[in-house]
Design a protein around this ligand. Structure first.
Ligand SMILES: NC(=O)c1ccc[n+]([C@@H]2O[C@H](COP(=O)([O-])OP(=O)(O)OC[C@H]3O[C@@H](n4cnc5c(N)ncnc54)[C@H](O)[C@@H]3O)[C@@H](O)[C@H]2O)c1
Length: 670
């Protein structure tokens, strides 16, 4: 075990003076899929040159052939040899060498995103979603940590897609880090552009909370998923019947999708979640996120029916392909109440979706060696999946897209997924039906915090503080948001018992602007009074009211045409940066795929000071109301209500509110 002093020395040194020993490939670790060969010979030379620029010339002789081998074998240069031997994990903040606690808190958050217990492919610096990277290679990690260890509150670190460009002079109210990930000239934003430019080492796919250091394990998504499953259940429940005993079928037990069985249990339904990768399925089972793993598809279905009859919540992982499960359910005419899919279809050709009929290993082999045939297999599989789903929806199932580009990729595969008008999809996205009108339009979104003491007692105290604040607000909340308030209070009161923590001592809690600001202020007071032992990091998923422009997901319930613009996300990150965020990030890609979305987020360190109080009030207000104003301008009625209410609460807020034109008047003109 390393002492604190030894650890700090290693962080502060950055790239070591002496070459570390070459690293053996550890087969016990879940590795990123081999990326397809995409570079020409000249481009490979360029990729090597790009990699070697991180190291003194004296190392080049030894590193050049090794990096070439990595590029040939894995399709990327990860610089495995430079992966540190110490445990990368959210240690208590005092472990990270620093001149400002803001930088130490960022180091803690980076470390959490790379923790073995948290990250999907830790050796390839991928946190979730198959390609959601924190850094492109280990040199970037070492240099970024060194910069953070020496930065003052008069400096800002510029991060270009994982590359630490350097420390620039700034000022104490400026963000300490500004992150951009995957920002491309728009015409160079196709999936193969990512393959090529990522292989060259000049850009990366940051997903949402991977490249922005805000991932908090699957908990981050459990709350949103619970809200979705619960409200999907309420939507289909007839005559006020409960949702107990209803069956929810879906797929994916990965970084985010792994939240589904837990959320389904919390919502109180029976769930089956197909997962093709045994490592992912058993990891979630060991962590207690899914109740049991079954390999036989008929046995899976029979077990689910038993639990439905008992009307008890239970979650089953089907170790196999989701297509085989859907086809069996259709063949046996099983009544499925709710259905969805959370394979990584934002990344369909490089390991996000495994076609039926091929083993996991054969798929991994084919996607690298014969990508064209692999693509055919994926598309064929998607068509079969949709055919089975269509049969079950015809028999009454409520199916929704879960923000993974399932509908989009199925349509591109030629599956029967379009509505009769040929423009819309046959099924809604969960944002169109649930998350948008019920949460985002009113400003409710995935607010979160991390206790940098890394002490569970601090987390418990913050849970209690947050619950008290919400109860106080709920007492006078208008009827339009009373269900949301009730659900959120229930969530936070049960959060500890639901054992959601994986990695850092973090909590997610859907809240609106008023809730976020009041909770943050109460935390800051508790730090000032010494009740909390160390600073608290605030943040949120990019998947929020204002953070993300994504026409088939976060902004899929925007119907004025502006769902294909990205002004909101860019406005948001710029606005956050000068209102007091400790770090900001803006990404191309995240959730639904490279080129399909622009999304941003922030981190804010509360240290109990007056500066923190000023910043939290100023920034959180903008961070939510920016999105509500845009949603209101798109004529979303909940958002019009919410922005008018926000203006009443703060006379400095003056928003342009839409007039509603009469459809009859317009239709008569044509
Ligand atoms: N709805 C949301 O709020 C939300 C949030 C986060 C992520 N997402 C999207 O959901 C998707 C999943 O995210 P993730 O982080 O869990 O990704 P992930 O890659 O970690 O997990 C996906 C899992 O699906 C499995 N899988 C792939 N094809 C399969 C098949 N045919 N049958 C069975 N299992 C299969 C993979 O083995 C993997 O474990 C992504 O596209 C992501 O962008 C949605």
């Amino acid at each position: 075990m390393l002492t604190k002093e030894e650890f700090q020395k290693l962080i502060s040194q950055g790239i070591p003076d002496k070459l570390p020993k070459p690293a053996a490939h550890d087969e016990n670790i879940n590795h990123a899929p081999i990326r397809k060969e995409i570079l020409t010979k000249d481009e490979k030379i360029l990729a090597l040159k790009n990699a070697l620029r991180y190291f003194p010339k004296k190392f080049h002789q030894e590193l050049a052939p090794e990096f070439k081998q990595e590029l040939d074998k894995y399709g990327r240069i990860y610089m495995y040899r430079f992966r540190p031997n110490y445990d990368i994990t959210a240690r208590d903040i005092s472990w990270f060498p620093h001149k400002t606690p803001q930088a130490a808190a960022i180091m803690l958050m980076i470390s959490n995103n790379l923790d073995y217990a948290v990250a999907q492919h830790p050796h390839e610096l991928i946190t979730y979603g198959g390609n959601g990277a924190v850094f492109q290679n280990w040199a970037q990690y070492l240099i970024a940590m060194k910069y953070l260890s020496e930065m003052t509150e008069e400096q800002t670190l510029a991060m270009y897609s994982g590359h630490p460009m350097g420390l620039f002079p700034s000022h104490k109210d400026a963000p300490r880090v500004v992150v951009t990930n995957g920002m491309m000239i728009p015409n160079y934003s196709k999936p193969d552009d990512w393959e090529k430019f990522n292989a060259l080492g000049v850009t990366q796919y940051g997903q949402m909370t991977a490249g922005s250091f805000m991932y908090i394990g699957p908990q981050g998504i459990v709350h949103g998923t619970t809200i979705t499953v619960l409200n999907a259940g309420r939507k289909i429940a007839k005559n006020n019947e409960g949702i107990e005993g209803k069956l929810f079928v879906t797929s994916g037990l990965g970084g985010m999708s792994g939240a589904q069985p837990k959320a389904a249990n919390i919502a109180g339904v029976v769930s089956i979640c197909a997962e093709i990768n045994p490592k992912a399925a058993y990891k979630r089972h060991e962590q207690g996120w899914v109740d049991e793993v079954i390999e036989n598809v008929d046995q899976v279905i029979d077990t689910a029916i038993d639990w439905q009859n008992k009307k008890e919540a239970h979650s089953i992982a089907f170790l196999g392909n989701i297509v085989d499960l859907w086809e069996k359910l259709a063949e046996r005419n099983i009544k499925v109440d709710m259905g969805s899919d959370q394979t990584s279809l934002h990344n369909p050709w490089a390991g996000g979706y495994y076609p039926t009929g091929l083993s996991y290993e054969d798929s991994n082999d084919m996607m690298a060696k014969n990508p064209d045939l692999f693509k055919e297999k994926v598309q064929d599989s998607l068509r079969r999946q949709v055919t089975a789903i269509n049969k079950l929806t015809a028999a009454g199932m409520y199916f929704f897209d879960y923000g993974n580009a399932f509908l989009l990729e199925s349509s591109r595969a030629g599956a029967e997924i379009m509505a009769e008008n040929g423009i819309d999809f046959r099924y809604p996205s969960y944002v169109q039906d649930i998350m948008g009108p019920m949460c985002f339009d009113y400003g409710f979104g995935p607010f979160r915090w991390v206790c940098t003491s890394s002490d569970p007692d601090d987390l418990e105290l913050t849970d209690n503080i947050a619950m008290n604040v919400l109860e106080e607000i709920a007492a006078t909340a208008p009827v339009e948001i009373s269900q949301q308030m009730k659900d959120n209070i229930k969530w936070i009161s049960e959060a500890k018992a639901n054992k959601l923590v994986v990695g850092s001592q973090a909590r997610i809690l859907y809240a609106d602007a008023e809730g976020r600001i009041k909770i943050a202020k109460a935390f800051n007071d508790a730090i000032k009074e010494g009740k909390l032992k160390a600073p608290v990091v605030l943040g949120r998923d990019h998947h929020d009211v204002s953070g993300t422009d994504s026409p088939f997901r976060e902004t899929s319930n925007i119907y004025d045409g502006s769902q294909f613009t990205a002004d909101m996300a860019i406005q948001n990150v710029i606005g956050d940066s000068f209102r007091g965020a400790t770090w900001v990030s803006i990404h191309n890609g995240g959730g639904v795929g490279w080129g399909e979305v622009i999304n941003g987020g922030f981190g804010m360190v509360l240290d109990g000071s007056e500066d923190s109080e000023r910043r939290l009030k100023n920034m959180l207000h903008w961070d939510v109301n920016n999105g509500i104003s845009r949603r209101s301008w798109a004529r979303n009625e909940g958002a019009v209500f919410a922005i008018k209410r926000a203006m009443e609460q703060n006379p400095q807020l003056k928003i342009t509110v839409p007039e509603f034109a009469d459809d009859k008047l317009l239709n008569e003109l044509f």
